[in-house]
Ligand binder design. Structure first.
Ligand code: KIV
Length: 297
């Protein structure tokens, strides 16, 4: 029998994934599966595939909104994506990224922004990036009753200050810095942490210091779960991908082929066929011709 609690096999209502269930998975050594989603069909796919956590990542800035980084995406844009995902699923835990600039100024700003994601968009939790001042923000959010996921290592919102999109913690000193950030976020009350682009050996060394679930993306296998960007794993997004991405499908090629086939059939007058049209009794069609002829149009 599957250890996965969703959806119920006996036809009963599916059981939503809870924070307690995520903690239990870690304690039981059962890998946690997280994926990003940005819209209604994506959320439906994630739920049908049985993932545990869906992240409305600010990676959506690039994958679905076409920005060249995650920096410009706004609260209103992320709220729209989060609402669409919420409408598409009920079982996975729904975590929403707070966009850059929406939580750095003060605890009050962070709480005000996060409350919008919880109240207006139905997020179960929010994710914020970095250590430093984000530790204070995490503590304030948790104190306000908002569950928080932390994110250390490569933090794309501040990639410029990290020297670009590069793996982090490649020296002992830098790995210790990342580890201290993670411990501070854990102590601030984060229910889970994302480790992005960290050498596998560094992750392994940090693990004994962490008691909350660590979800890795390019952090090696010694974590409690993995996350991938929806468009990366499905091969929807064109262009180069990070080293840690594994493509489980190549949908972009299939999508282009399908749209090109449609265009070809329209141009060749092969689509639509008779089976794609609506019928009308011959007598009605004849009566219509007479009616139109009589009215002179
Ligand atoms: O925005 C995002 O997709 C993320 C994941 C890579 C963890 O933060």
């Amino acid at each position: 029998m599957s250890a996965r609690p969703t959806p119920a096999e006996d036809g009963a209502a599916p059981v939503p994934v809870t924070f307690a269930e995520i903690a239990r998975r870690r304690a039981a050594g059962e890998p946690i599966v997280m994926v990003t989603a940005y819209d209604y069909p994506g959320a439906q796919v994630a739920e049908a595939a049985g993932v545990d956590i869906v992240l409305v990542g600010d990676s959506g800035a690039m994958t679905v909104l076409g920005y060249d980084s995650t920096v410009p995406v706004t609260v209103d844009e992320m709220l729209m994506l989060t609402k669409a995902v919420r409408r598409g699923m009920t079982v996975p835990l729904l975590v929403a990224d707070l966009p850059f600039g929406s939580y750095e100024v003060s605890d009050e700003q962070a709480i005000r922004t996060a409350l919008r994601f919880v109240k207006e968009a139905g997020a179960d939790a929010v994710k914020i990036e970095r250590g430093g001042t984000s530790v204070d923000r995490a503590r304030a959010l948790v104190a306000a009753g908002i569950p928080v996921m932390g994110h250390v290592g490569l933090t794309p919102q501040t990639a410029a200050t990290l020297g670009g999109y590069r793996s982090q913690g490649r020296t002992a000193d830098d790995a210790a810095r990342v580890c201290h950030e993670a411990i501070e976020l854990q102590d601030a009350g984060c229910f889970a942490l994302v480790f992005e682009a960290i050498p596998s050996a560094a992750t392994t060394a940090m693990r004994p210091y962490l008691r909350v679930p660590v979800i890795g993306i390019g952090a090696g296998p010694d974590v409690d779960g993995q996350v991938l960007v929806f468009h990366d794993l499905l091969g929807i997004y064109g262009g180069p991908t990070a080293r840690f991405v594994k493509r489980y499908a190549h949908l972009r090629g299939e999508m282009i082929d399908a749209v090109a086939a449609y265009a070809g059939e329209v141009r060749a007058r092969q689509y639509p066929g008779p089976e794609h049209g609506y019928g009308m009794p011959d007598a009605e069609a004849e009566r219509l011709r007479v009616l139109l002829a009589d009215s002179g149009r």
